[in-house]
Every structure is written in C-alpha cells, then in structure tokens.
Design a protein around this ligand. Structure first.
Ligand SMILES: [Zn+2]
Length: 237
C-alpha cells in the first residue's frame, strides 16, 4: 500500500508538470488545428466550384457553336423563302424558321443562365481565395509561435512521458485505473495534496481523524466529497 501511495505521489508530480506544460501551449494547438480545418473547407469548396466553372465553359462553347450553326441554317431558310413556288413549301420553310428561332432562343437562355452562375461561382472563388490567404498567414504565425513554445518544453515533456510510461507499469492496476478516471474528471492529476486540512481539489474540510491519516502518508485515502486520492506534501499550514 505504501509503495502504491509513493508511486501515485510520483505520478501526480509528473502529471501536474505535464498539465503545466500543456497550459503553456495555451490554445495554440487547437487554434492551429481549427485554422487547418478552415483552410481545407475553403480549398475543397474552391475545387468543387472550379470544376463547375470548367464544366460551364465546356457546355457554353458547345451551346455557342450550336447557336452559330442554327443561325447559318436560319439564314439559309430565309434565303430559300424567295425561291419557293408553292404555299405548301412556304409554310414548311416558315415552320423550320420558327423552330430554328426557338432553338436559338433556348440555347441563348442556357448560355446566359450559365454565364450568371459562372460569375457567381467566380466571385465565391475569389472571396474564398482571399480567406485562404488571410488564414494561411495567421496559421503560419501561430505555427511558428507554437513551435517556439514547444521547443522550450519539448525535451522535458518527452522525458516526463517516458518516466510516466515506466512508472505506471509498476502501479497496482486497481488504483491506477481509479487514478486515471479521477484525473480525467478534472484538470491536472488524480491525486492532490491536502491543503489547510482540506481536500486540495474540492476544498472540503476533512474530518480530524482523516487529517491525521493523510499526514501519515502510509495509505491511500480518498476525499469523502470528490473521491480524489489524497496525500500530504509536508507543507505545514
Ligand atoms: Zn475533494
């Protein structure tokens, strides 16, 4: 029991320092991740929009060629009107002319609608590109800031993690899993020192008998209020 207690005391020291190191990084890792996600959203949007612009340009070329072709035919039919010899022929030609005019008008409507869509897309692409530029700049700044913050503590953090991995291997798994659960429920570690005869986590005043036992540092005691493991760091109030 005493050995487990000492191991847990050592573990909470490591975890508290790891927590401090993480605090030093602040919200930078999260910010960097958010910005990277944001960039991806804009880039993906632009890819989709770009593809649609290409598609419109392709169909627009097709429709323009069609209109040109229809106009050639229309002129031809109109010329033929002067050469007809019967009413029947005249009516037949006029029907052709009307259908050509309709086809031209339809194609031109599609060209215009798609042209409008293309303009809207290009505006959105431009706006996204501006956002990409701005976010890229802040991302670069935050990344370099994070790198500086990390470089100061990186070696220490690595060492702490290595020590922690070694330490937990030897800890009684029942206590370790409770410790990890307690740690996950709050910031820092799964064990705290008693301070001013109270729990160092929830500040509940401890019963006199418990205070004596915690001060002995010979067994694992849980806070009656928040269940966190208690020890005593030896600092008298
Ligand atoms: Zn407590």
């Amino acid at each position: 029991m005493k050995e487990t207690l000492n191991q847990l005391i050592e573990l909470q020291e490591i975890d508290c320092r790891l927590y401090e190191i993480n605090e030093l990084k602040g919200d930078l890792p999260e910010k960097v991740l958010d910005q990277e996600n944001e960039l991806n959203v804009y880039k993906n949007e632009n890819e989709t929009k770009d593809a649609r612009v290409q598609e419109i340009e392709h169909t627009s070329r097709k429709h323009n060629a069609e209109v040109e072709d229809f106009n050639v035919k229309l002129t031809k039919y109109k010329d033929q009107l002067y050469l007809v010899t019967s009413n029947k022929e005249y009516d037949a030609l006029n029907t052709e002319i009307d259908s050509m005019k309709k086809a031209i008008s339809e194609s031109e409507t599609i060209i215009l609608t798609e042209e409008e869509e293309k303009n809207t897309l290009n505006e959105a692409i431009k706006s996204n590109s501006n956002k990409i530029e701005t976010v890229t700049l802040t991302l670069e700044e935050d990344k370099s800031e994070l790198k500086t913050a990390l470089s100061k503590t990186q070696a220490e953090e690595k060492k702490l993690i290595k020590n922690r991995t070694g330490l937990v291997k030897g800890i009684d798994s029942r206590y370790l899993s409770t410790y990890e659960r307690l740690m996950g429920a709050r910031d820092g570690a799964g064990m705290v020192s008693m301070t001013k005869s109270a729990c160092g986590s929830c500040y509940t005043k401890l019963p006199p008998q418990m205070i004596i036992e915690v001060k002995e540092n010979s067994k694992i005691i849980s806070c009656p209020s928040c269940s966190i493991f208690l020890f005593w760091d030896g600092i008298e109030e």
